[in-house]
Design a protein around this ligand. Structure first.
Ligand code: SF4
Length: 458
């Protein structure tokens, strides 16, 4: 299984692995060793889709001499392209959208049953397809408004951190975004089920969980708000760190900020997607907040959680964005001073409202690129200044993985900063107090000052 895109997709990959493991499938390390290859895709940007199409064509090479190999494309791009994908990549056997994973074993079985029927010869297969004979190919694209994958277990890689999906789909309709069309409306998971899952993870040695949802803080389940779910998760014995992503600014409420400030396990980091710093653009993006609203949320969070790290997403060159409006976004960046910014050029997605705007509104590619570069420069400059000011601090780091060089480990602080320091790979999963000594601008190098095995908050 190869997964592209956001954390939600990574989590869906774990879900599919769990569903298939329950049916006796095993994950293998290389596609060459697999009987089924699934490419789990993202549709957010055109560029990502092109990359996946190239990769799928490459994987088709594995079919030579192996007629039984099933090549499937799952995820948002599969849902968006549907039958078109089979036309563009006729060697794909299975196209499955994000609401249909429950039926994955059954679909593979159907394809397996037909495997002998698909023929070993590419030309004869092409000939059959030219006749419109789609035997051996399957598209499963139904959107199920209630599918929250209740009762299914994910199969996660071992490690001290875990993604926990609490919500799927989205009820917003931001005009640039394809998500509501490929993932359907918001579907929340039962609070009790989420808590049992987190307890199970803690029992297996996971000490940091990240709650996942498209607008994670709009979560609600039979009277349980996101803030109260967050408090409950933060109190699960063995859980030392809780994060969540991605919240919608409109649902950052005083109740949520209070929970973040009061629960020791909730990390002092908030990813708050701004998208633009201009009111007219925000309105045309249908983001449902103004710059003032956004700044109000930032102020509320910073007041309640001193030193909180903030990250954001920004899109430049949304159709119709003028240069002056883009400059408002730079202004917002300078006013907020985000610790980290994920920056993108607008990518036209057919089926979204923005794609239907007059072609004269579309910002020329060179201009869009220039805006992106300017934004990145400002964002990186701010990030480097903030991180430079943190050199000398001692921070609690959860060791997540071995570093690039032997004898080095890499982990994250509670404020989501990446730190590399000398340590043995066997210590993955442990906490350490690390003095931050240098920064590249984006990440830190440090030296361990002491083990933080019993510290709750650095
Ligand atoms: S809130 Fe907007 S940007 Fe986020 S997933 Fe929903 S529609 Fe897309």
């Amino acid at each position: 299984m190869e997964t592209y895109g956001c954390q939600m997709n990574v989590s869906d990959g774990e879900l599919m692995a769990g569903i298939l493991a329950a049916e006796g499938y095993e994950l293998v390390g290389r596609p060459e060793d697999a009987d089924v290859v699934l490419v789990n895709t993202c549709a957010i940007r055109e560029h990502a889709e092109q990359r996946v199409l190239g990769r799928v064509a490459q994987l088709n090479g594995l079919k030579t001499g192996r007629p039984g190999l099933v090549l499937g494309v799952t995820g948002c791009m599969a849902q968006r392209m549907g039958e078109t994908l089979l036309r563009d990549a006729p060697y794909v056997d299975l196209v499955m959208g994000p609401d249909s994973y429950r039926s994955l074993p059954e679909s593979l079985e159907r394809l397996g049953a037909q495997a002998g029927d698909r023929g070993t010869d590419g030309d004869s297969r092409r000939a059959r397809r030219a006749r419109g004979d789609r035997r051996g190919q399957l598209t499963v694209l139904d959107l199920h408004p209630a599918e929250n994958y209740a009762g299914l277990e994910q199969r996660r890689a071992d490690g001290p951190t875990a993604w926990v999906p609490i919500q799927r789909g989205c009820d917003h309709r931001c005009t640039f975004c394809i998500v509501p069309y490929v993932r359907g409306p918001e579907k929340n998971r039962a609070a009790g089920e989420i808590l049992s899952e987190v307890e199970g993870l803690a029992g297996r040695g996971v000490s940091e969980v990240t709650l996942l949802g498209q607008t994670v803080n709009s979560y609600h389940w039979e009277g349980v708000s996101f803030a109260s779910l967050l408090r409950s998760v933060a109190r699960v014995p063995g859980i030392r760190r809780v994060r969540f992503t991605s919240p919608h600014p409109s649902d950052v409420t005083p109740e949520l900020v209070e929970a973040m400030a009061e629960e020791p396990a909730v990390c002092e980091h908030l990813h708050l997607p701004a998208q633009s710093g201009n009111d007219r653009t925000l309105r045309r993006m249908l983001r449902r907040y103004t710059v003032d609203d956004f700044m109000g949320k930032v102020e509320m969070v910073r007041e309640a959680i001193p030193g909180v790290a903030l990250s954001t997403d920004i899109i430049v060159a949304f159709p119709g964005e003028s240069d002056a409006e883009f400059r408002d976004t730079l202004e917002l960046m300078r006013a907020v001073r985000f610790d980290e910014a994920y920056t993108y050029k607008y990518s036209r997605r057919d089926g979204t409202p923005a794609a239907r705007l007059p072609s004269t509104d579309f910002v020329p590619a060179a201009e869009a690129q220039a805006r992106l570069e300017e934004l990145i420069e400002v964002a990186r400059g701010i990030q480097a200044e903030i991180n430079q000011s943190e050199v000398g601090r001692s921070e609690e780091v959860l060791i997540e993985r071995p570093g690039r060089r032997e004898g080095q480990v890499v982990g994250k602080t509670r404020r989501n900063k990446v730190v590399a320091f000398d340590g043995c790979a066997s210590r993955v999963g442990e906490y350490a107090l690390v003095g931050l000594e240098r920064t590249t601008g984006a990440t830190f190098a440090g030296t361990e000052t002491s083990s933080a095995a019993t510290a709750v908050r650095a």
